[in-house]
Design a protein around this ligand. Structure first.
Ligand code: SF4
Ligand code: SF4
Length: 496
């Protein structure tokens, strides 16, 4: 066993307002430069919807991520080193600018300089690429609140068109904020022929060495989440860096987390076994990938794990932070968080607590008794968002995983309602979802009333661990990748 520490984020989808503050503040900080006008390291999509870039979840088309070969071994969906060499001057799996959107600005000067006229002056849209006037037909958030969405546009809705169309009259939607998942088994890293993409050993962040990037853009096509972007001005790849300067040097939250109006984001450290990563990604059944990844998160309270972590030079305050980690609690202890599209086999490290609707107040309207500890779960079966749709996004189609998480959330809400109204601890509710009453109260504290200190438990990098902070490796499950074998040099990483 080789214990490594990894920064991880969990987002609670029920709390997202779709306000886009996270996207805007991230853009102000990282991508308000020429060449990256079209880039949103953080974007918030309305679901159902095709997303940004369009239909990014359609891997039959984009060929991102991993699949298993006939022997059950990992293979890049777009092919390994040989395939990369053949297509190195013609990567056909890249999204075009129209798949993202053509960035634009407005003729603001006209609003000030226009001569006196009968009508008000109009600031027409102009392309940031050609400078010509534009007819706006698509943008990064075009589908906000279901604007113009058709189920056929959404790959996760495949096979559910009839159900979704029927339910459209009831109008359900939720928001899906997305950043790079800083995957444990990143296909972007394995796709890079230049060795420019790397995963940092000290905290697991996936970064781009700008000096080594040769603009092949296989990282862009290799990432199934389409979270690496190409800057045509610098001719380099760029991506979310998890605000590493502030996070690892000062223990500050990422900008998207810090400015999140809904307080949906949780940051912390988890421990995992590096040697188990490839086997985990090679889990035969897609539906078992969630549980495999969950089990890979090591218990930081286990003395054996702690002993091995110390042996592997994990600083003590990082182990201590892993013990207080809100993301470990949500993903492993409480089992309410799920990874985004685990079937891509990249083992993402940004997880989501699925949306629960209707709320408790709707249970009575649905014909269930909100006071009955058993009937209350009927709300989960009757929820407006089709369970299969959420499972297609967060559990490789396995509805049992989503059902389990939603029942736990429902149990927590009913338990706390009872506790606050009657002062009684309804232990049966906890037992019905295979939990303890204290766990439901812990879940409530985390999801409902957690302070900033409880939501972001980030240890600072230690001065004496400087060399480890700069060491890097090229991803764990690199078998079948285009890049070179894992290395452990001591290189200085650079910001995009
Ligand atoms: S494969 Fe994972 S780590 Fe790489 S860019 Fe995509 S989301 Fe990020
Ligand atoms: S700032 Fe928070 S609440 Fe607003 S869209 Fe982003 S994730 Fe959602």
């Amino acid at each position: 066993m080789q214990v490594q520490a990894h920064l991880m984020m969990v987002m609670v989808l029920d709390k997202c307002l779709g306000c886009h503050t996270c996207s805007v503040t991230c853009k102000q900080a990282w991508t308000n430069r020429d060449g990256v006008d079209y880039v949103w390291f953080n974007n918030v999509e309305t679901k159902p919807g095709s997303g940004y870039p369009k239909r990014w979840e359609d891997q039959a088309h984009w060929r991102g991520g991993w699949k298993l070969d006939r022997r059950g071994r990992l293979k890049l969906r777009a092919g390994g080193r040989g395939q990369k060499l053949i297509t190195i001057f013609g990567n056909f799996d890249l999204p075009a600018i129209d798949d993202y959107y053509e960035p634009w600005t407005y003729d603001y000067a006209k609003l000030i300089d226009a001569p006196l006229a009968d009508g008000p002056p109009v600031a027409t849209a102009r392309s940031r690429i050609t400078g010509r006037p534009m007819d706006l037909r698509w943008g990064p958030n075009w589908e906000d609140n279901l604007a113009g969405v058709k189920p056929a546009d959404d790959p996760a809705a495949a096979g559910l068109e009839r159900e979704l169309l029927g339910r459209y009259e009831e109008v359900f939607l939720f928001y899906l904020p997305r950043i790079c998942n800083h995957c444990l088994n990143p296909s972007c890293v394995a796709s890079c022929p230049s060795g420019a993409m790397y995963k940092r050993a000290s905290d697991g962040l996936v970064l781009v060495d700008q000096d080594k990037c040769r603009a092949w853009r296989f990282c862009v096509s290799g990432c199934p989440y389409k979270k690496v972007y190409f800057n045509p001005v610098t001719t380099k790849a760029e991506k979310c860096i998890f605000c590493y300067a502030g996070v690892t040097e000062d223990g500050l939250p990422t900008i998207c987390s810090d400015t999140c109006v809904g307080r949906i984001r949780y940051l912390g450290v988890v421990l995992y076994d590096l040697e188990a990563v490839t086997a985990m990604a090679e889990t035969a059944e897609e539906a078992d990938l969630v549980e495999a990844q969950r089990q890979s998160l090591l218990d930081p309270h286990n003395p054996m794990v702690v002993k091995q972590a110390e042996k592997n030079n994990i600083p003590y305050d990082w182990i201590e932070a892993a013990r207080r980690s809100p993301v470990y609690a949500l993903a492993k202890d409480l089992r309410v968080a799920l990874p985004l599209h685990p079937e891509y086999r990249t083992l993402p490290m940004v997880w989501y607590v699925p949306p629960l609707s209707p709320l408790l107040s709707g249970i009575g309207e649905a014909g269930y008794d909100p006071e009955d500890p058993v009937e209350v779960f009927g709300a989960v079966d009757d929820m407006r968002i089709p369970m299969q749709y959420v499972a297609n996004i967060l559990a490789a189609g396995d509805t049992a995983q989503v059902d389990d998480a939603l029942r736990r959330l429902t149990a927590m809400r009913t338990y706390m309602r009872r506790l606050q109204l009657t002062g009684r601890r309804e232990v049966a509710l906890a037992q019905a979802v295979d939990m303890r009453a204290e766990q439901l109260e812990q879940m409530y504290r985390l999801l409902a009333v957690a302070s900033r200190e409880d939501r972001y438990v980030i240890p600072k990098a230690r001065f004496e661990a400087g060399a480890a902070l700069q060491s890097q490796f090229r991803g764990a499950g690199g078998r079948g990748g285009a890049g070179r074998s894992p290395r452990r040099g001591h290189r200085r990483e650079r910001r995009p």
